[in-house]
Design a protein around this ligand. Structure first.
Ligand code: ZN
Ligand code: ZN
Length: 324
């Protein structure tokens, strides 16, 4: 099969011919229809997440057709494969409904080969049924940008005024959900990124502007999707008392030193790690009701390096998806 392979961090993905993977017990064989590109892929590519299996097929927003194997899905059924690929089911985290924190979790496109390929295998217990109203390309970004973004939004509680920092794949989905829930959304981008600001306003944000400048008013929560540590004190500075800053990314540059008064007043700073299957089921049921529309740019599989470069530049409107 054709696949794009990471041999070592920092090297371009290599177009390769690999043997088709064989499903083991409890696994399904999958024909990949599309695979979303996530910023996490870039962090793995750059070596910022430092323990990938190598060589590795990246990609953890896999939309696929079941070709065989397992018992849970019929051949031909369309499924999604997210970042959470396996957990032990018996550590203290798994036993308390927090499988996203499992000590022994295996992640798709990191510990396990992912979807930048024609075929893949996955543990059927972690595969997701996908809403039928979405086409293959459009559903792909829901599988990480959407559902980890949704977990991030949930930690904002019932905050009315929400700041979204970084307006990429996750933000463009979660902005729509937050507006649908009746919240007021403020989009914070690089000062000169007029395209992202215009995109945010189109999707229902009531204000868009410079992430490092003053907020137009106090906010009740901030969702930080951009991997830039300097956004954390900036977001805290925008918080009303009791407000929460929730960091949705898996990696971030160092957070600069900041005075305690930014956190004082019962402000909260927290991260979101990974996802649970319950998150995925909840979000994939909500997305069609909200009528979340995803904006995608498709790249042929062999152009996966270009797709990663575009995520790095922040020049995509929405999300990148590779198509084998
Ligand atoms: Zn991801
Ligand atoms: Zn566990």
């Amino acid at each position: 099969m054709r696949a794009m392979v990471l041999d070592a961090p920092g090297q371009p993905l290599r177009a390769s011919e690999l043997p088709e993977p064989e499903p083991g017990p409890g696994q399904v064989a999958l024909e990949v229809l599309a695979c979303g590109v996530c910023r996490t892929d870039l962090h793995i590519f750059d070596g910022e997440l430092s323990e990938p299996k190598l060589p590795l097929v990246l990609g953890h927003q896999i939309v696929a057709r079941v070709a065989g194997g397992g018992e849970r899905f019929a051949p031909g059924q369309r499924v999604g494969v997210p970042w959470l690929g396996w957990t032990d089911g018996n550590c203290r985290y798994c036993r308390s409904g927090r499988e996203n924190l499992c000590d022994r979790a295996l992640f798709t496109g990191y510990d396990l080969d992912g979807g930048y390929a024609e075929y893949a295998v996955a543990d059927e217990r972690y595969c997701l049924s996908l809403p039928e109203s979405y086409k293959d390309l459009q559903v792909a970004p829901l599988l990480c940008a959407g559902l980890i973004g949704y977990r991030t939004l949930r930690f904002a509680g019932d905050a009315e005024r929400i700041g979204i920092y970084g307006f990429g794949a996750a933000a463009h989905i979660i902005c729509q959900v937050a507006v649908h829930q009746g919240r007021r959304v403020f989009a914070f981008t690089r000062a000169d990124d007029e395209a992202a600001q215009a995109f945010a306003l189109e999707l229902g944000a009531e204000w868009a502007g410079d992430a490092l400048g003053p907020a137009p008013e106090e906010l009740d929560a901030a969702l930080v999707f951009a991997p830039a540590g300097e956004l954390v004190p900036a977001a805290l500075r925008a918080m009303a008392k009791g407000g929460s800053v929730v960091c949705g990314g898996i990696h971030m540059s160092d957070i600069p030193a900041m005075p305690y008064e930014l956190l004082w007043g019962e402000r909260v700073l927290r991260s979101v790690a990974n996802l649970t299957r319950a998150d995925a089921e909840e979000f994939l049921a909500i997305a069609p009701k909200v009528r979340v529309r995803t904006h995608v740019e498709a790249f042929e599989l062999e152009r996966a390096n270009d797709a990663l470069a575009r995520v790095r530049e922040g020049s995509l409107r929405g999300a990148a998806v590779v198509v084998p």
